[in-house]
Design a protein around this ligand. Structure first.
Ligand code: KIV
Length: 323
Protein backbone atom coordinates (compact mmCIF):
# COMPACT_ATOMS: atom_id res chain seq x y z
CA UNK A 1 0.00 0.00 0.00
CA UNK A 2 1.20 3.53 -0.86
CA UNK A 3 2.23 5.66 2.12
CA UNK A 4 -0.66 7.82 3.31
CA UNK A 5 0.32 11.47 3.68
CA UNK A 6 -1.28 14.56 5.19
CA UNK A 7 -2.11 16.04 1.73
CA UNK A 8 -3.64 12.72 0.59
CA UNK A 9 -6.04 12.85 3.57
CA UNK A 10 -7.10 16.41 2.84
CA UNK A 11 -7.64 15.38 -0.76
CA UNK A 12 -9.82 12.46 0.37
CA UNK A 13 -12.09 14.87 2.19
CA UNK A 14 -12.28 17.16 -0.85
CA UNK A 15 -13.28 14.22 -3.06
CA UNK A 16 -15.89 12.97 -0.58
CA UNK A 17 -13.98 9.76 0.20
CA UNK A 18 -14.20 8.49 3.78
CA UNK A 19 -11.05 8.20 5.89
CA UNK A 20 -10.43 5.20 8.16
CA UNK A 21 -8.43 5.32 11.37
CA UNK A 22 -7.80 2.58 13.96
CA UNK A 23 -5.58 2.49 17.02
CA UNK A 24 -2.71 0.04 17.50
CA UNK A 25 -0.15 -0.24 20.26
CA UNK A 26 2.27 -3.00 19.35
CA UNK A 27 3.91 -4.92 16.51
CA UNK A 28 1.13 -7.46 15.77
CA UNK A 29 -1.72 -4.96 15.91
CA UNK A 30 0.24 -2.62 13.63
CA UNK A 31 0.79 -5.48 11.15
CA UNK A 32 -2.97 -6.11 11.08
CA UNK A 33 -3.93 -2.45 10.66
CA UNK A 34 -1.39 -2.10 7.86
CA UNK A 35 -2.59 -5.25 6.07
CA UNK A 36 -6.21 -4.06 6.26
CA UNK A 37 -5.25 -0.88 4.36
CA UNK A 38 -6.44 1.52 7.08
CA UNK A 39 -5.51 5.15 6.29
CA UNK A 40 -4.37 6.36 9.73
CA UNK A 41 -2.90 4.30 12.55
CA UNK A 42 -3.18 6.08 15.90
CA UNK A 43 -0.93 4.99 18.74
CA UNK A 44 -3.51 6.33 21.17
CA UNK A 45 -3.00 6.90 24.86
CA UNK A 46 -6.07 4.62 25.18
CA UNK A 47 -3.14 2.19 25.40
CA UNK A 48 -3.17 2.98 29.12
CA UNK A 49 -6.63 1.44 29.42
CA UNK A 50 -6.76 -1.39 26.90
CA UNK A 51 -3.14 -2.58 27.07
CA UNK A 52 -1.86 -1.51 30.47
CA UNK A 53 -5.03 -1.99 32.53
CA UNK A 54 -5.45 1.54 33.92
CA UNK A 55 -8.94 3.01 34.36
CA UNK A 56 -8.15 6.25 32.49
CA UNK A 57 -5.61 7.48 29.95
CA UNK A 58 -4.02 9.85 32.46
CA UNK A 59 -1.17 7.65 33.77
CA UNK A 60 0.40 7.15 30.30
CA UNK A 61 3.92 8.57 30.15
CA UNK A 62 5.93 9.81 27.17
CA UNK A 63 8.52 7.05 27.67
CA UNK A 64 5.76 4.42 27.55
CA UNK A 65 4.32 6.07 24.46
CA UNK A 66 7.70 6.09 22.69
CA UNK A 67 8.15 2.39 23.53
CA UNK A 68 4.76 1.51 21.97
CA UNK A 69 5.33 3.79 18.96
CA UNK A 70 8.64 2.05 18.20
CA UNK A 71 6.93 -1.35 18.08
CA UNK A 72 4.11 0.00 15.91
CA UNK A 73 6.60 1.53 13.49
CA UNK A 74 8.25 -1.88 13.05
CA UNK A 75 4.82 -3.38 12.27
CA UNK A 76 3.75 -0.65 9.82
CA UNK A 77 6.90 0.90 8.36
CA UNK A 78 4.97 2.05 5.27
CA UNK A 79 1.25 2.34 4.54
CA UNK A 80 -0.87 4.16 7.11
CA UNK A 81 -0.02 7.62 8.40
CA UNK A 82 1.35 6.99 11.91
CA UNK A 83 0.05 9.35 14.58
CA UNK A 84 1.30 9.27 18.18
CA UNK A 85 -0.79 10.64 21.04
CA UNK A 86 0.92 13.16 23.29
CA UNK A 87 0.16 12.00 26.85
CA UNK A 88 -1.25 14.22 29.59
CA UNK A 89 1.44 16.51 30.96
CA UNK A 90 3.60 16.64 27.84
CA UNK A 91 2.18 19.65 25.94
CA UNK A 92 -0.11 21.87 28.08
CA UNK A 93 2.39 24.45 29.36
CA UNK A 94 2.64 28.15 28.48
CA UNK A 95 6.15 27.27 27.35
CA UNK A 96 5.27 25.66 24.03
CA UNK A 97 8.91 24.55 23.60
CA UNK A 98 8.06 21.68 25.95
CA UNK A 99 5.41 20.39 23.53
CA UNK A 100 7.75 20.73 20.56
CA UNK A 101 10.55 18.87 22.32
CA UNK A 102 8.18 16.05 23.28
CA UNK A 103 6.66 15.90 19.79
CA UNK A 104 10.18 15.47 18.39
CA UNK A 105 10.66 12.43 20.65
CA UNK A 106 7.57 10.76 19.15
CA UNK A 107 8.89 11.46 15.65
CA UNK A 108 12.61 10.77 16.11
CA UNK A 109 12.50 7.90 18.62
CA UNK A 110 8.97 6.57 18.05
CA UNK A 111 9.01 6.87 14.24
CA UNK A 112 5.67 8.71 14.09
CA UNK A 113 4.62 10.86 11.12
CA UNK A 114 2.45 13.15 13.24
CA UNK A 115 1.23 13.75 16.79
CA UNK A 116 -2.20 14.25 18.33
CA UNK A 117 -3.09 16.47 21.25
CA UNK A 118 -6.35 17.22 23.02
CA UNK A 119 -8.29 20.47 23.49
CA UNK A 120 -9.11 23.63 21.52
CA UNK A 121 -8.27 26.57 23.79
CA UNK A 122 -6.22 29.59 22.67
CA UNK A 123 -3.19 28.16 24.44
CA UNK A 124 -3.66 24.82 22.68
CA UNK A 125 -3.84 26.62 19.33
CA UNK A 126 -0.50 28.32 20.12
CA UNK A 127 0.95 24.89 20.86
CA UNK A 128 -0.37 23.49 17.58
CA UNK A 129 1.23 26.42 15.75
CA UNK A 130 4.55 25.92 17.52
CA UNK A 131 4.67 22.18 16.80
CA UNK A 132 3.62 22.47 13.15
CA UNK A 133 6.10 25.31 12.60
CA UNK A 134 8.67 22.96 14.10
CA UNK A 135 7.90 20.55 11.27
CA UNK A 136 5.60 18.07 12.98
CA UNK A 137 2.04 17.61 11.67
CA UNK A 138 -0.60 17.88 14.40
CA UNK A 139 -3.99 16.20 14.69
CA UNK A 140 -6.42 17.98 17.02
CA UNK A 141 -9.00 16.35 19.28
CA UNK A 142 -12.12 18.09 20.67
CA UNK A 143 -15.40 17.06 22.29
CA UNK A 144 -14.80 14.36 24.87
CA UNK A 145 -11.11 14.74 25.66
CA UNK A 146 -10.34 11.80 27.99
CA UNK A 147 -7.16 13.31 29.42
CA UNK A 148 -9.33 16.05 30.99
CA UNK A 149 -11.61 13.50 32.65
CA UNK A 150 -11.25 15.14 36.06
CA UNK A 151 -12.48 18.46 34.64
CA UNK A 152 -15.26 16.94 32.51
CA UNK A 153 -16.35 14.66 35.36
CA UNK A 154 -16.55 11.38 33.47
CA UNK A 155 -16.58 9.71 30.02
CA UNK A 156 -19.67 11.57 28.80
CA UNK A 157 -20.99 13.22 25.64
CA UNK A 158 -20.05 16.85 24.93
CA UNK A 159 -21.57 19.71 22.90
CA UNK A 160 -25.18 18.94 23.75
CA UNK A 161 -26.25 22.54 24.32
CA UNK A 162 -26.31 25.13 21.53
CA UNK A 163 -23.73 27.28 23.33
CA UNK A 164 -21.32 24.42 23.98
CA UNK A 165 -21.77 23.11 20.42
CA UNK A 166 -20.90 26.56 19.06
CA UNK A 167 -17.82 26.60 21.32
CA UNK A 168 -16.73 23.27 19.86
CA UNK A 169 -17.01 24.70 16.35
CA UNK A 170 -14.87 27.66 17.44
CA UNK A 171 -12.28 25.32 18.97
CA UNK A 172 -12.10 23.29 15.75
CA UNK A 173 -11.72 26.47 13.67
CA UNK A 174 -8.99 27.70 16.00
CA UNK A 175 -7.05 24.45 15.64
CA UNK A 176 -7.42 24.53 11.85
CA UNK A 177 -6.24 28.15 11.78
CA UNK A 178 -3.22 27.15 13.92
CA UNK A 179 -2.21 24.50 11.38
CA UNK A 180 -3.79 21.21 12.50
CA UNK A 181 -4.17 18.84 9.54
CA UNK A 182 -7.17 16.93 10.92
CA UNK A 183 -9.40 16.92 14.00
CA UNK A 184 -10.87 14.05 16.01
CA UNK A 185 -14.43 14.74 17.19
CA UNK A 186 -15.27 12.50 20.13
CA UNK A 187 -18.72 11.83 21.61
CA UNK A 188 -20.70 14.78 20.27
CA UNK A 189 -24.14 14.91 18.59
CA UNK A 190 -24.12 14.01 14.89
CA UNK A 191 -25.55 17.39 13.81
CA UNK A 192 -22.78 19.23 15.64
CA UNK A 193 -20.12 17.01 14.04
CA UNK A 194 -21.71 17.64 10.65
CA UNK A 195 -21.68 21.41 11.15
CA UNK A 196 -18.01 21.31 12.13
CA UNK A 197 -17.12 19.03 9.21
CA UNK A 198 -18.97 21.22 6.72
CA UNK A 199 -17.26 24.36 8.05
CA UNK A 200 -13.67 23.07 8.10
CA UNK A 201 -11.35 22.61 5.13
CA UNK A 202 -9.39 19.92 6.96
CA UNK A 203 -10.88 16.45 7.59
CA UNK A 204 -12.68 15.46 10.77
CA UNK A 205 -12.49 11.94 12.20
CA UNK A 206 -15.46 10.94 14.34
CA UNK A 207 -15.73 8.58 17.27
CA UNK A 208 -19.21 8.52 18.74
CA UNK A 209 -19.98 11.57 16.57
CA UNK A 210 -22.36 10.14 13.95
CA UNK A 211 -21.85 9.50 10.26
CA UNK A 212 -21.28 12.98 8.84
CA UNK A 213 -17.58 13.30 9.60
CA UNK A 214 -14.80 12.88 7.01
CA UNK A 215 -13.80 9.58 8.59
CA UNK A 216 -14.21 7.26 11.56
CA UNK A 217 -11.89 5.95 14.23
CA UNK A 218 -12.32 3.05 16.66
CA UNK A 219 -10.10 1.57 19.33
CA UNK A 220 -8.60 -1.76 18.18
CA UNK A 221 -9.44 -3.71 21.34
CA UNK A 222 -13.00 -2.38 21.52
CA UNK A 223 -13.93 -2.99 17.87
CA UNK A 224 -12.45 -6.49 17.85
CA UNK A 225 -13.92 -7.59 21.18
CA UNK A 226 -10.43 -8.26 22.47
CA UNK A 227 -11.04 -7.87 26.17
CA UNK A 228 -13.75 -10.36 26.92
CA UNK A 229 -13.01 -10.27 30.64
CA UNK A 230 -16.08 -8.86 32.46
CA UNK A 231 -13.89 -6.13 34.02
CA UNK A 232 -13.33 -4.62 30.58
CA UNK A 233 -16.95 -4.73 29.41
CA UNK A 234 -17.75 -1.53 31.31
CA UNK A 235 -15.16 0.34 29.21
CA UNK A 236 -16.50 -0.60 25.77
CA UNK A 237 -18.41 2.50 24.69
CA UNK A 238 -21.95 2.11 23.36
CA UNK A 239 -21.10 3.75 20.02
CA UNK A 240 -18.57 1.03 19.28
CA UNK A 241 -19.60 -1.61 16.74
CA UNK A 242 -17.99 -4.99 17.40
CA UNK A 243 -16.31 -6.39 14.29
CA UNK A 244 -15.03 -9.48 16.08
CA UNK A 245 -15.04 -11.37 19.37
CA UNK A 246 -11.34 -12.09 19.60
CA UNK A 247 -11.30 -12.19 23.39
CA UNK A 248 -13.61 -15.22 23.35
CA UNK A 249 -11.56 -16.89 20.61
CA UNK A 250 -8.34 -16.32 22.60
CA UNK A 251 -9.74 -17.75 25.83
CA UNK A 252 -11.18 -20.74 23.93
CA UNK A 253 -7.77 -21.41 22.33
CA UNK A 254 -6.02 -21.26 25.70
CA UNK A 255 -8.60 -23.53 27.36
CA UNK A 256 -8.30 -26.06 24.51
CA UNK A 257 -4.49 -26.04 24.91
CA UNK A 258 -4.80 -26.64 28.66
CA UNK A 259 -7.13 -29.62 28.12
CA UNK A 260 -4.92 -31.08 25.35
CA UNK A 261 -1.78 -30.88 27.50
CA UNK A 262 -3.43 -32.20 30.63
CA UNK A 263 -4.93 -35.14 28.72
CA UNK A 264 -1.75 -35.92 26.77
CA UNK A 265 -3.35 -35.06 23.42
CA UNK A 266 -0.81 -32.35 22.59
CA UNK A 267 1.75 -32.63 21.07
CA UNK A 268 1.16 -36.28 19.96
CA UNK A 269 3.26 -37.51 17.04
CA UNK A 270 1.88 -34.82 14.71
CA UNK A 271 3.62 -31.98 16.58
CA UNK A 272 6.84 -33.83 17.46
CA UNK A 273 8.59 -33.37 14.13
CA UNK A 274 12.27 -33.79 15.04
CA UNK A 275 13.56 -37.33 14.45
CA UNK A 276 16.82 -39.29 14.90
CA UNK A 277 18.06 -41.77 12.36
CA UNK A 278 17.79 -45.44 13.45
CA UNK A 279 21.58 -45.58 13.62
CA UNK A 280 21.82 -42.60 16.01
CA UNK A 281 18.98 -43.95 18.12
CA UNK A 282 20.79 -47.29 18.64
CA UNK A 283 24.01 -45.42 19.53
CA UNK A 284 22.11 -43.21 22.00
CA UNK A 285 20.49 -46.23 23.70
CA UNK A 286 23.95 -47.79 24.07
CA UNK A 287 25.28 -44.58 25.70
CA UNK A 288 22.35 -44.55 28.12
CA UNK A 289 22.89 -48.19 29.07
CA UNK A 290 26.51 -47.45 30.08
CA UNK A 291 25.66 -45.36 33.15
CA UNK A 292 22.13 -46.51 33.83
CA UNK A 293 22.79 -47.37 37.47
CA UNK A 294 24.39 -44.01 38.24
CA UNK A 295 21.47 -42.15 36.63
CA UNK A 296 18.95 -44.22 38.58
CA UNK A 297 20.79 -43.28 41.83
CA UNK A 298 20.66 -39.54 40.95
CA UNK A 299 16.99 -39.86 40.09
CA UNK A 300 16.13 -41.61 43.38
CA UNK A 301 17.99 -38.96 45.43
CA UNK A 302 16.14 -36.15 43.66
CA UNK A 303 12.79 -37.93 44.12
CA UNK A 304 13.46 -38.32 47.86
CA UNK A 305 14.22 -34.57 48.17
CA UNK A 306 11.00 -33.72 46.32
CA UNK A 307 9.00 -36.01 48.61
CA UNK A 308 10.46 -34.12 51.59
CA UNK A 309 9.51 -30.76 50.11
CA UNK A 310 5.97 -32.02 49.30
CA UNK A 311 5.68 -33.00 52.93
CA UNK A 312 6.89 -29.52 54.01
CA UNK A 313 4.30 -27.83 51.71
CA UNK A 314 1.50 -29.92 53.22
CA UNK A 315 2.61 -29.04 56.74
CA UNK A 316 2.92 -25.32 56.06
CA UNK A 317 -0.45 -25.16 54.31
CA UNK A 318 -2.52 -27.25 56.69
CA UNK A 319 -0.42 -27.38 59.89
CA UNK A 320 1.11 -30.46 61.47
CA UNK A 321 -1.22 -33.40 62.17
CA UNK A 322 0.55 -33.72 65.57
CA UNK A 323 -0.66 -30.24 66.68
O1 KIV B 1 -6.36 7.42 22.57
C1 KIV B 1 -7.17 7.13 21.68
O2 KIV B 1 -7.35 5.97 21.31
C2 KIV B 1 -7.92 8.21 21.04
C3 KIV B 1 -9.00 7.83 20.09
C4 KIV B 1 -10.19 7.39 20.84
C5 KIV B 1 -9.30 8.91 19.14
O3 KIV B 1 -7.66 9.34 21.31
Amino acid sequence: MKKVTVPSLVSKKRHGKKITMVTAYDYPSALHVNRAGIDILLVGDSCAMVELGYETTQPMTLDQMVHHCEAVKRGAPSGPLLVGDMPLGTYEYDDTDVALRNAYRLVKEGGMDAVKLEGGSNLRAQTVRKVTEGGVAVMGHVGLTPQAISVIGGFRAQGRTAVRARQLLDEALRLQEAGAFCIVLECIPANVAQAITDTLEIPTIGIGAGGHTSGQVLVYHDMLGMTSHPHHKQFVPKFCKRYGQLGHAIVKGLEDFKVDVEEGIFPGTEYAPYKMSDEERVAFDALLAKDEEERQRIHDEAAAKLDDSDEYEKLSLYGSSKD
